[in-house]
Design a protein around this ligand. Structure first.
Ligand code: CDP
Length: 257
C-alpha cells in the first residue's frame, strides 16, 4: 500500500486517483497504517502511543486513585475524567494553547466512549484520569485517541469489561469510505466517528456530520465495525506482547532472588 498522503490544494480536484483509489492509495475499506506502543511514559500508571496515519497521539492514565477535590466524589462509583488537548504545533495553523470549545467537547466524547468499558462500580469515591495529547493531527483524532486511551487504561491495570476502539467512516464523492484522512474529512460530504467495545459488540460512540441515506448509514456502520475489529486485533497483540515481557521480567527477578 502506498501510504504517502498527497495534500490537495484545490478543492475542485477529485479525492480519488485515476486508478479509482483514494489519494493516499487506499481502497474504500482500507485503514491507514497504524502503529501502537504501550508503557511509553514512566510517570503515569498506564500509557500508550498511537500513530494512526499521520496522527501521533500519547495517552496517559492515572488511577484508580483518591479524588481531589473530595466534593466531586461519586458515592457509588469512580469518577472518570478525560482531558483531550492538541499541541500548538499539531495542526497546520498554530493552535492556541488555551483549551477551546472543540477540545472540551472531544474530552467529553472520549470519556463517554471509554466509561462503559470500565468497572467503575468497583471504585466508589475514587477517580480515573485520562489525558490525551495530540502531537500531530491528520483527521480522526477523537477515534485514534479512544484507541490510545483504552490501551493506556489496560496498561494501568484498570479493570475493564472490554477494550474500546475508535474509527471514523465517512462519505467522499458519494462513496462510503473508512478512516478518513484530514483532507477527506475536510472536503468529503460526511463523517461518522464511532467507537466499539469489540468483544461485547457494543457501540459507545456514534456521531454523524453530513448527509447519509439510510442505506449509506447502514453500510457505514458495517464498514466501521469491521475497521474497529481490525484495530482491536492490533490492540490485543500489543497488550499480549507487553504482558509477556512483564511476565518474563518478573520471572527473571524471582530467579535472581
Ligand atoms: O480529529 P477529528 O476528526 O476527531 O475531529 P474534527 O474536529 O472533525 O477535526 C478534523 C481534523 O481537522 C483534525 O483531525 C485535524 O487534522 C484538523 N484540525 C485542524 O486542522 N485545526 C484545528 N484547530 C482542529 C482540527
Amino acid at each position: 500500500m502506498n501510504n504517502v498522503t498527497l495534500v490537495r490544494k484545490e478543492p475542485s480536484e477529485s479525492l480519488f486517483r485515476e486508478d479509482g483509489l483514494r489519494l493516499d492509495g487506499r481502497g474504500l475499506d482500507e485503514l491507514r497504517p497504524i502503529r501502537m506502543e504501550v508503557g511509553v511514559l514512566n510517570n503515569a500508571d498506564g500509557s500508550a502511543y498511537v500513530e494512526h496515519g499521520k496522527n501521533k497521539i500519547v495517552a496517559a492514565v492515572y488511577g484508580p486513585r483518591e479524588l481531589h477535590p473530595k466534593h466531586l466524589a461519586l458515592p457509588d462509583k469512580a469518577l472518570v475524567r478525560c482531558e483531550y488537548r492538541m499541541a500548538t504545533f499539531s495542526v497546520e495553523e498554530r493552535k492556541s494553547p488555551a483549551p477551546g470549545r472543540r477540545e472540551v467537547e472531544l474530552s467529553k466524547v472520549i470519556r463517554e466512549s471509554l466509561e462503559p468499558a470500565i468497572f467503575v462500580y468497583k471504585y466508589p469515591r475514587a477517580t480515573i484520569d485520562v489525558f490525551v495529547q495530540i502531537l500531530q493531527a491528520d483527521g480522526g483524532t477523537r477515534c485514534a485517541s479512544i484507541t490510545a486511551a483504552a490501551l493506556a487504561l489496560a496498561d494501568a491495570g484498570v479493570p475493564m469489561r472490554d477494550l474500546v476502539v475508535g474509527c471514523a467512516v465517512g462519505k467522499i464523492e458519494g462513496k462510503v469510505a473508512v478512516d478518513l484522512s484530514d483532507v477527506e474529512d475536510k472536503l468529503g460530504e460526511g463523517d461518522i466517528p464511532m467507537a466499539l467495545m469489540p468483544t461485547k459488540k457494543v457501540i459507545t460512540l456514534l456521531q454523524s456530520d453530513g448527509d447519509f441515506t439510510p442505506e449509506e448509514f447502514k453500510q457505514a456502520l458495517e464498514m466501521g465495525i469491521a475497521a474497529c475489529e481490525k484495530i482491536y486485533e492490533m490492540q490485543r497483540d500489543i497488550l499480549i506482547e507487553r504482558y509477556s515481557k512483564v511476565r518474563e521480567e518478573v520471572a527473571e527477578e524471582q530467579e535472581e532472588e
